[in-house]
Design a protein around this ligand. Structure first.
Ligand code: F6P
Length: 529
């Protein structure tokens, strides 16, 4: 069935008219006009307190956006996703990362298979393995317990576990070292291994496909580092794999009894709650990992059941569309006032930009409005002393999410109050600005922010935040009619790199464009010098 592109619907036209009508209204005016605004545009749900009131919207805007969600059938597609329908149509797959956090004993039968039972079989295997390692009962080839865990993976097989490990480090076992190697740049592996002892190091090779060149190259070099010191036999005690492909894991030389499975219905960028999170479980323990899953589940249930006007991921997604398409915003900033969330923006870059960075819709038509925004950010207060100048006084509109917690993870003196004072001050300054006779010193204000507050950065909170953004991205992709679950845009560069690599060491003719030929010749002339 062919659908009407969203930008040709009646509600889109009404939103465009409404945008024109409220374009001139400043946030200062909106607050003056409606003293109840902060209360009516704040939602308290799923363990979060989210203040949308410093956005360039009114209650009427919200209600129109809710109509937009209904027109795009966000709720219907959400239900189809949770039920296991093959909504990833280009790859003919279900999209079931939400099944990864369903409780034990639940059941979800998809095409004859109880996927929740499968999920818990693997979670139990991960927990048993984690307990062995954490209690020092899993010993390496020389009989010594594991003291360092090195996760080798890239993209979704790295960003999720690396971000989550960093976020939850205070909840981790500090006796063990955790490292994450992703880049094909040899520096990454070298730096990770330079002070480790092969006898006490465990490698987790994480790759959904087990065909990713960076991961396999790093894994081979890591194996050479290990076997050079301890012999071939050591691989069995020092290498485990996380993948959907038992065949390729075996081909690589890892015993499949040391493999933790996941499934093609888990997208790489949605995979941290699967076995891809094994390093996180080793760090924070099985109980901590289950708390992380419980936080995700809480947000899933909220997304499934809350009415659209109080549904956090839906509202965030709708606002994302509002700014992208009606205010021509090109980017969005995510600014966590929690240093442990320093990798959260990088994680969200893959989640959002690999999902919605597309120009063709599910029906193969060009998407004629802007789609996925550029996502970026750094923790506050550091960012304040770097790029906030542009957010306050630059020419672009950059909607920003500010994330903070009422409790410090590591309380020292008045640090946390100062941190949070800065968060509140920035959103106030961005919204209301400050007049000045000198235009250089004037803050125009009217710059939108959403403030997301939680109690403390613990496993549940991290789970809630991840699921919040997953469903936000889903909402946006659904409105644009995009399949948010494939990533064909990453393929071409990979294919070309495979063709170029042998050319670098050779001296044969080159058949690229003039620029690429010249760059390769420069590299050939200089690489050994
Ligand atoms: O190149 C992009 C990508 O396919 C991501 O989508 C994925 O997370 C990453 O590569 C790693 O893939 P794999 O887990 O199969 O090694």
């Amino acid at each position: 069935m062919t659908t009407t592109p969203i930008s040709q619907t009646e509600i889109w036209r009404r939103l465009a008219d409404h945008a024109t009508a409220i374009e001139g209204a400043t946030l200062a005016q909106l607050f003056a006009d409606d003293p109840g605004r902060a209360a009516s545009l704040t939602v308290e749900a799923a363990g979060l307190h989210v203040d949308f009131s410093k956005n360039r919207m009114t209650v009427e805007t919200r209600d129109l956006l809710v109509e937009l969600a209904a027109t795009a059938d966000v709720a219907g597609r959400r239900d189809a996703m949770f039920a296991g329908a093959r909504i990833n149509t280009t790859e003919d797959r279900s999209v079931l990362h939400t099944a990864l956090r369903r409780p034990k004993g639940d059941s979800l039968i998809v095409e004859g298979v109880d996927v929740v039972a499968d999920v818990h079989r693997v979670l139990d295997k991960m927990a048993a393995f984690s307990d062995e390692v954490r209690r020092g009962r899993w010993v390496g080839a020389t009989g010594r317990p594991i003291e360092a865990v090195v996760n080798i993976g890239i993209g979704g097989s790295d960003l999720g576990p690396a971000m989550a490990y960093r976020a939850l480090r205070p909840h981790s076992d500090r006796d063990r070292t955790f490292r994450f190697v992703s880049n094909i740049d040899p520096t990454d592996l070298h730096e990770a291994l330079v002070d480790l002892d092969p006898a006490t190091t465990m490698f987790i090779v994480v790759s959904k496909t087990f065909g990713t060149i960076e991961t396999l190259t790093n894994a081979r070099s890591a194996r050479a580092w290990l076997t050079g010191a301890l012999g071939e036999e050591a691989v069995a005690k020092h290498f485990v794999a996380v993948s959907t492909s038992a065949e390729r894991v075996a081909e690589f030389g890892i015993d499949t009894t040391n493999m933790f499975e996941f499934w093609d219905w888990v997208g790489g960028r949605y995979s941290v709650p699967s076995a891809v999170g094994l390093s996180l479980m080793l760090a924070i323990g099985p109980d901590g990992f289950h708390r992380f899953l419980a936080g995700m589940r809480e947000m899933d249930e909220h997304f499934l059941s809350a009415p659209p006007e109080r549904n956090l991921p839906m509202l965030m997604g709708l606002l994302g569309v509002w700014y992208t398409n009606f205010f021509a915003a090109q980017s969005t900033a995510v600014l966590p006032y929690a240093d442990h969330l320093s990798r959260f923006p990088a994680y969200l870059q893959q989640l959002d930009m690999e999902s919605n960075g597309k120009g063709v819709d599910r029906e193969g038509r060009t998407v004629i409005v802007d789609s996925g925004p550029i996502v970026w950010g750094e923790p506050g207060t550091n960012g304040q002393h770097a790029f906030y100048q542009l957010i306050h006084q630059g020419t672009r509109l950059i909607p920003a999410d500010f994330i903070g917690f009422s409790h410090a993870t590591d309380p020292i003196g008045a640090h946390h109050d100062l941190l949070m004072a800065n968060l509140f001050a920035q959103t106030e300054a961005l919204a209301f600005g400050q007049d000045h006779d000198d235009p250089q010193r004037r803050f125009t204000g009217n710059r939108p922010t959403t403030t997301i507050l939680g109690d403390r950065l613990d496993p549940e909170a991290l789970g809630r935040l991840i699921a919040l953004y997953e469903h936000k991205v889903f909402t946006m992709g659904t409105i644009w009619g995009i399949n948010s679950f494939d990533q064909f845009g990453v393929e071409l560069g990979k294919v070309l790199a495979v063709a170029i690599e042998p050319e670098l060491a050779g001296d044969g003719d080159l058949d690229h464009d003039g620029s690429t030929n010249a760059l390769i010749r420069w590299y050939r002339a200089n690489r050994l010098g």
